[in-house]
Design a protein around this ligand. Sequence first.
Ligand code: SF4
Ligand code: SF4
Length: 96
Amino acid sequence: MPAQALSWQGLWLPPVSNTACMNPARSIQIPVIDSTRCTGCGWCVPTCHLHLLSLQAQGWRKFSTLHDADRCVGCRKCEVHCPFGAITMAPAMTGA
Ligand code: SF4
Ligand code: SF4
């Protein structure tokens, strides 16, 4: 089945590979958060249905942080919803 555009809570999401979540070698992309762009607004946190993102304090600022990266399915919801372009997707460094 070809990749398809998705709708999530009325918002358009870009096409996502159907095989991304099923590949045991985890040849998927996971979010990388640019702390120089992250404002700590928290918009990305509730977009992750697996609850893998949270705000973490570093000094007087807060930044979004990815936890348990091995569970990330690369759905890109967090990337799409970041209003500041602080999240980019990069190949997962873990897996078989
Ligand atoms: S939505 Fe973007 S700017 Fe806001 S906390 Fe998440 S990564 Fe940072
Ligand atoms: S890509 Fe999807 S599963 Fe991974 S952290 Fe972002 S919202 Fe969660």
